[in-house]
Design a protein around this ligand. Structure first.
Ligand code: ATP
Ligand code: MG
Length: 577
């Protein structure tokens, strides 16, 4: 490809619309352009890189035995009603109407479609296991599309769906995808950590997210030093234990009310004249869960994790109670609530409060608290559960060493689904006992466009992108510093271009009539892994400048260029696998 004949609209200025670096680079390097919020056009260089990522994904899915299909983006709402997600996912569903006013759904994901397909085509255990995938456009009505391709309204996903007859083979299918994902991200030059993920109301331990640590990440992940334990913060636990041991309640002082005028927060109570450490306080939160109210108790130092709460309650349909509901139920305002003497409500307490003694909590009367609370004696706890968000520095549940916490970008998610969709959409299979049973499903997603941007987020410097060879739009950029037609620099550049191209090395020849500075800046901004520069001065010395994007400049004789490039690429590729 000749630079003069393609379309790479690089920008010198930083576009105001982009908040994060990778988004700025996508725009500045001329890879994408915005149509509207969360909607982007891929330009030639962006599309080439995207195709590279897709090819890696496809090769690894095929290697793992998954079969590529292509399902429609436009879907009938009936299947969404059948699965129940027409309601539960209504906030992200884009809907459209045709000219007869019939409604359609623009697919945010494809469990419904693939399950309906399998339900019609597969009916015997002999036809399983099967794993079907496609790489296709998804639509999601995100509350806040932002960060370019990271959170878009329309994006490309690879989604695979496995169908098995037995639990055992379902786990095997899951494991195969796990391994494929490790390979995919490694081949993309991405340092993506598989972390245990929240499997939501499904429960179980078969959900992993592939996370790219980055300041701009929208999720927090928690891991130990050797990464033998890594989990999404919504799933993470620590070895932190309740500091209390079971005491003899009878010998402990009785609960005592004391005035706390104006005090509404844990923080205020940690200060003089009260000086109650946050861990010695009980945080009491009233939640509305469907038609009932539930009182949640944590230590004053802890934060409620709502994803864990969803798992505990078995539903994600809950919210903090409104101030009026709170007043009606507990006769006080938020900040003065407590569980002592409450017997009309379900009370769920966090494990760290276990055996708690000498605790302080709200008295269910504004401006009053109670102290000397012995939780086992004074509060009717219905259930003990893990409700808290772990903190950095707490001991790892596996090794006991301090946990680190960092923001990360979710590039992939694998998930054992069970039979939710096969039951609701009728994907029943005749098993080897001659009985009908729902297929056991797994689903496996990769945000292909998000992955592309994550690669840039992890591979750049001041000058621009530093593409890994595996996903670069072109591997080599030949920069002709004098591009006058038929001048010796351009002639040599053309010769090398022909040689490299004949060897299937993807090469772009910068033949533009531009100053050397402009050409160098552009090739670094777009980020080609290797640059070969040829100009009158180097020609006179009989050399070509060989400059890896991330390495030192070398001088190579023109006749040695081809072999040097070939072996440099081979080395890079070997290191990447
Ligand atoms: P998130 O938590 O970031 O909203 P999700 O958990 O809803 O993502 P999944 O349904 O698991 O996403 O989709 C699989 C993959 O698709 C994600 O791992 C992510 O890489 C990608 N993805 C999801 N939403 C978007 C989006 N709005 N824009 C770009 N990629 C996305
Ligand atoms: Mg996810």
């Amino acid at each position: 490809m000749r630079w003069s004949q393609t379309f790479i609209p690089t920008l010198k200025e930083t576009p105001a619309e982009a908040e994060i670096l990778s988004h700025r680079l996508l725009l500045r390097a001329g890879l994408i352009r915005k149509l509207a919020g969360g909607l982007y056009t891929f330009l030639p260089m962006g599309l080439r890189a995207l195709h590279k990522v897709e090819t890696i994904v496809r090769e690894e899915m095929d290697r793992a035995g998954a079969l590529e299909i292509l399902m429609p983006a436009l879907q009938p709402p009936e299947i969404w009603k059948a699965s129940g997600r027409y309601e539960t996912a209504k906030d992200v569903l884009f809907k459209a109407r045709d000219k007869t006013r019939r409604e359609w759904v623009l697919g945010p994901t494809h469990e419904e479609v693939v399950t309906q397909l399998v339900s019609g085509e597969i009916n015997s255990y002999r036809q399983l296991p099967i794993n079907l995938y496609h790489i296709q456009t998804k639509f999601r009505d995100e509350i806040r599309p932002r960060f370019g391709l990271m959170r878009a309204r329309e994006f490309i996903m690879k989604d695979a769906y496995s169908f098995d007859v037995t639990e055992e083979s379902a786990v095997e299918s899951y494991q195969k995808m796990y391994e494929a994902y490790v390979r995919i991200f490694r081949r993309c030059g991405l340092d993506a950590l598989p972390v245990e993920a929240d499997s939501g109301v499904m429960g179980g331990n078969h959900s992993h997210e592939f996370m790219v640590p980055a300041e701009v990440g929208e999720n927090d992940i928690v891991y130990n030093a050797d990464k033998s334990y890594a989990a999404n913060v919504d799933k993470a636990v620590s070895a932190l234990k309740s500091p209390h041991s079971p005491g003899d309640a009878a010998t402990l002082p009785a609960v005592e009310r004391f005035p706390t005028p104006g005090v509404r927060t844990i923080e205020e109570l940690t200060k003089p004249p009260w000086n109650v450490p946050a861990r010695q306080q009980i945080k009491s939160l009233l939640y509305r869960v469907a038609s009932r109210l539930v009182l949640l108790l944590l230590t004053g130092a802890d934060r409620l994790n709502e994803a864990k709460l969803a798992g505990v309650l078995g539903t994600a349909e809950f919210r903090p109670a409104e101030p009026e509901e709170i007043r009606e139920t507990l006769e006080a305002d938020p900040g003065s609530l407590g569980g002592v003497g409450v017997d009309q409500l379900e009370i769920i307490a966090d494990h760290l409060l276990k055996n708690g003694q000498g605790l302080t909590t709200g008295a269910n009367e504004n401006d009053w608290h109670v102290r000397n609370v012995c939780i086992e004696r004074d509060i009717k706890v219905t259930r003990w559960e893990d409700l808290r968000t772990v903190g950095a520095g707490e001991p790892c549940p596996v090794t006991g060493t301090p946990l680190e916490m960092r923001p990360a970008i979710e590039v992939g998610h694998i998930f054992k689904l069970g039979t939710k969709y096969s039951e609701s959409l009728n994907a029943f299979i005749l098993n080897d006992q001659g009985q009908q049973q729902p297929a056991i499903m797994g689903c496996y997603g990769i945000g292909v466009t998000r992955t592309l941007q994550a690669i840039i987020e992890q591979n750049h410097d001041e000058q621009g992108i530093r593409w890994p060879v595996s996903v670069a739009p072109f591997t080599v950029c030949i920069t002709a510093l004098d591009a006058t037609p038929r001048c010796p620099s351009l002639e040599l550049a053309e010769t090398l271009y022909r040689q490299l191209t004949e060897r299937q090395i993807e090469t772009i020849l910068d033949d533009r009539d531009e100053r050397p500075g402009v050409k160098f800046n552009d090739s670094e901004l777009v980020g080609f892994p290797l640059r070969l520069a040829i100009g009158p001065r180097s020609l006179k010395r009989g050399i070509v400048e060989f400059k890896p994007r991330d390495g030192e400049l070398r001088e190579v004789k023109p006749e040695a260029v081809l072999e040097t490039v070939v072996s440099w690429i081979a080395e890079r590729q070997a290191a990447a696998i």
